[in-house]
Each structure stands twice: as structure tokens, then as C-alpha cells.
Design a protein around this ligand. Structure first.
Ligand SMILES: Cc1cc2nc3c(=O)[nH]c(=O)nc-3n(C[C@H](O)[C@H](O)[C@H](O)COP(=O)(O)OP(=O)(O)OC[C@H]3O[C@@H](n4cnc5c(N)ncnc54)[C@H](O)[C@@H]3O)c2cc1C
Length: 414
């Protein structure tokens, strides 16, 4: 595949853009692959990419029931940070964040990583103590964060009302190299690189069953027929419970809808990402000028990929008290995605009771930021049977009580 470059853009501009190749192929499925990945979201595609790049495994198919990146990967608010409390979390999220730094160059695809800084507002004494504790933990983990004063908050983001009517801003946890990236570009960049390595990305094809012989996977049933494989990776986020049942085991996962909305585009008003977890709302400004706003998760399990009125009301109320400047802004779109929540709000990257079947899920409300690190770890686990980044996130932790409690860092925010 030809590399993208400034020279290529100039060349194509001269010839009416007729020379661009398709970014990825759409092949018919083969009868057998070494590895099949179910789910062409960011995590599935990144797993395939690092299987090829790091482990030389290229006879791989990624099977997607809809279109690639059309699940949560294309529905999220794109916050990237690694300021988690527990060591295994900080390790995998920081690995991911550091891979994001050079992802555009690695994939030869502009994923628009923008390390503009992420601040998590402390609006109660309890939050101050929690975030100071996280800043100390991050210092030990080698993750650069600091607890900043309310004056510094105002300096970094002048549109914040730090005297808020219910909860004044008392300080914030600040990660200067956190930020955002373009969500679908991440999926498209990985897809293009996978296709370039000879992998098959098969869209509009649902995996409806898992074929097993003597406790081991031998293939999958799909809406386009049966396909054999040696190893199977299930990377389907909100549908993890459904796919696990098809493979013959159960997962400690609940699926709920999480919502977001976006405003009309306006001139630049903020150049950092702000999360206000006490009132619950968070906001950043996209490169197009839209205000990207994150809401909450539904309080009941469901599979509806859409928004609901009570969340819009709650989220907008929280944001207006934090940023009064946006009170007259018109909202453009509002949507939902099905997120997969574990009890300890940490992911699962694990072998399963079925030999040859691996699962990567449970990223809940915050897995976009983890895509490169998760793919790296999952690929290593599938290729070698073990990954230092993934070990703590095995299914065994639920049986053995080794929970990685990130309910504060991951349960309410993103
Ligand atoms: C509104 C919202 C805001 C969010 N904000 C953030 C944020 O700011 N920062 C952050 O880090 N994270 C955020 N997240 C979470 C993040 O989006 C997810 O954790 C992440 O995208 C999960 O990626 P994935 O590849 O695992 O899943 P997905 O992108 O959902 O991909 C799974 C794919 O599997 C496919 N699939 C399912 N079943 C089958 C089947 N049987 N056969 C074939 N294919 C199948 C689906 O169609 C889907 O495309 C947010 C999520 C939402 C919904």
C-alpha cells in the first residue's frame, strides 16, 4: 500500500484525487485462519495489528457484524489519560497513552492525537484527598500528573465558574500529556495497517456461534458460513456476554447504554479537557469547534444504542453550572453506546474456560484511551499465552478476590 505523505496529497491534487487506493480491502472470508478476532472496534483491530507487527502472525481475520469502528469506538468522547490509581491500570493505560504519542507515524495515518491536557476537578474535600492520593500513586508509577490549585484551574481554563452554585472548584488532578484523538481515525488507521499486512477485515458478518471439539475452539459460525481457526479473540465490548454465551461460558459483565452529545461548532473557547465528576459532566472542544459533552450511564442494563431525555437534562445542568458560557449553545446530536461494565470497573484481558478462546472486554466507560495498550497486551497474550500487561486483568481475579478497584477513576468518568 502506498504511504500517505504531503507529496502524495500534492500529487493527487494535481490529478483530481483519482489515484488514491482503497484504505482497506473487503475480501470474502477464507475457509480457515490462524486467528479470528470478533469485533472490528479499536480493541479488536489493535489486537490484530500487534499480532502482525509484534508477533508475525498475519493469517488473521477480523469479523465485524456492522461496519468497522461503528460500535463504541466511533461513539465515544475520545478522552485519553492514564491517571489511574492501581498499578496494573496505570501500567496499561500509560502504555496506551505513550503509544498514542507516535501512533500517527506508526500507522502512517493521522489519528489527530492532541495532548492538550486533562483536568479532573475536585469539588469536595473528599475528591481533593482522592486526587492527591492518585497524584502520589502516579508519581510512584512514573505517570506525570499533579494536583493543581483552583487559581491554576482558572488560569488553564478561564471559562470555568470556579465558585459554582452547588460545588465550588477546590483544585484539580492535572495530566498535561492527556488529551484527545480522532476516534474513527484510530479504527481506520489500524484497519488500513492490518489490511496492508494481508489480514482480512470482514464487515457485515455476524459471528453467531463458536465451534468446539474436546474443549478447544476449532472455528466460528457466521452469517456468511463457517470459518475454521486455531485461536479466537472475542473483542465485542457491550456484546461480550452474548458472545461468551455462544462460546459456552459466562462473564461477570453488565451492559448499559452510555450517552454523549455535541453542540454546534463555535470559535475556540477551551484548549484543555475538563471532567467534573461530582456534578457529572465533562467537556472538550473538537477541532471543528463543536463542544463534545459526555453524559452518564443508564441505571439499568440494556442494549439500546441511543440517548435518553433525563441524561441530557442532568448533564446539561451540570455543565451549565460549571461553564455558564455555554448556556445558550444549541445542541446538534446526541447518541448512546453499549458499554461493558465489570464490578471493579477494570477490564478483562484473559484466557477463558475454552482452550484457544481469549476475551478482551470490560473497558466500560473508558476504553478508547486504552486501545493501543490493550491491543498490545491482548496480542501478546494470544501469541505467547501470557502478557505482563494483561496478567492482573485475568478472569481468575473474580474467583480469587484480586479486584483492581478503579470505581473512582473509571466508574463515573471517561
Ligand atoms: C458515549 C460514550 C463516551 C465514551 N467516552 C470515552 C472517553 O472519553 N474516553 C475513553 O477512553 N473511552 C470512552 N468510552 C468508552 C470507549 O468508547 C470503549 O471502551 C471502547 O471504544 C471499546 O472499544 P471496543 O473495540 O472494545 O468496542 P467497540 O468499538 O464497541 O467494538 C466492538 C465491535 O464488536 C462488534 N460485534 C459485537 N458482536 C459481534 C458479533 N457477534 N459478530 C461480529 N461483530 C460483533 C460490534 O458491532 C462492534 O463494532 C465512551 C463510550 C461511550 C459509549
Amino acid at each position: 500500500m502506498r504511504r500517505y505523505s504531503a507529496f502524495a496529497i500534492a500529487r493527487e491534487a494535481m490529478r483530481h484525487h483519482l489515484g488514491w487506493e482503497r484504505a482497506w480491502k473487503s475480501p470474502a472470508p477464507k475457509s480457515r485462519y490462524d486467528v479470528i478476532i470478533v469485533g472490528a472496534g479499536g480493541h479488536g483491530l489493535a489486537t490484530a495489528y500487534y499480532l502482525g507487527k509484534n508477533h508475525g502472525i498475519r493469517n488473521v481475520a477480523v469479523i465485524e457484524k456492522g461496519w468497522l469502528g461503528g460500535g463504541n469506538t466511533g461513539r465515544n468522547t475520545t478522552i485519553i489519560r492514564s491517571n489511574y490509581l492501581q498499578d496494573p491500570s496505570a501500567a496499561i493505560y500509560e502504555k496506551a497513552r505513550s503509544l498514542y504519542e507516535t501512533l500517527s507515524q506508526d500507522l502512517n495515518y493521522n489519528v489527530m492525537f492532541s495532548p492538550r491536557g486533562v483536568m479532573m476537578l475536585a469539588q469536595t474535600e473528599h475528591e481533593i484527598r482522592g486526587y492527591q492520593r492518585t497524584a502520589h500513586a502516579n508519581a510512584l508509577q512514573g505517570v506525570t500528573t499533579e494536583f493543581i490549585s483552583r487559581a491554576r484551574v482558572k488560569e488553564l481554563c478561564p471559562i470555568i465558574n470556579i465558585d459554582g452554585p452547588r460545588y465550588p472548584v477546590l483544585g484539580a488532578l492535572w495530566q498535561p500529556r492527556g488529551g484527545t484523538a480522532r476516534h474513527d481515525a484510530v479504527a481506520w488507521g489500524y484497519a488500513r495497517a492490518c489490511s496492508d499486512m494481508g489480514m482480512d477485515i470482514i464487515q457485515q458478518t455476524e459471528v453467531t456461534g463458536v465451534k468446539r471439539e474436546g474443549g478447544r475452539v476449532v472455528g466460528v459460525e457466521t452469517t456468511k458460513g463457517d470459518i475454521d481457526c486455531d485461536k479466537l479473540g472475542i473483542v465485542v465490548a457491550g456484546h461480550s456476554g452474548v458472545m461468551a454465551e455462544r462460546a459456552g461460558f459466562r462473564l461477570p459483565i453488565e451492559s448499559v447504554a452510555l450517552q454523549a452529545l455535541v453542540s454546534e461548532p463555535i470559535k475556540p473557547i477551551m484548549d484543555v479537557v475538563v471532567m467534573a465528576n461530582t456534578v457529572h459532566g465533562y467537556m472538550s472542544q473538537s477541532d471543528k469547534g463543536e463542544m463534545v459533552i459526555g453524559g452518564g450511564a443508564d441505571n439499568y442494563n440494556n442494549y439500546t444504542q441511543r440517548g435518553s431525555f433525563q441524561h441530557v437534562e442532568e448533564t446539561v445542568r451540570a455543565l451549565i453550572e460549571t461553564f455558564p458560557i455555554i448556556s445558550r449553545l444549541k445542541m446538534l446530536r446526541w447518541w448512546g453506546g453499549i458499554v461493558d461494565m465489570t464490578g471493579d470497573r477494570s477490564p478483562i484481558i484473559s484466557k477463558t474456560p475454552v482452550d484457544g478462546v481469549f476475551v478482551n472486554c470490560g473497558w466500560g466507560t473508558g476504553g478508547f484511551k486504552a486501545i493501543p495498550g490493550s491491543g498490545w497486551a491482548m496480542a501478546e497474550l494470544m501469541a505467547k499465552g501470557h502478557s505482563p500487561l494483561a496478567d492482573a486483568f485475568s478472569l481468575g481475579r473474580f474467583r480469587e478476590g484480586r479486584f483492581i478497584d478503579e470505581s473512582v477513576a473509571a466508574g463515573v468518568a471517561h
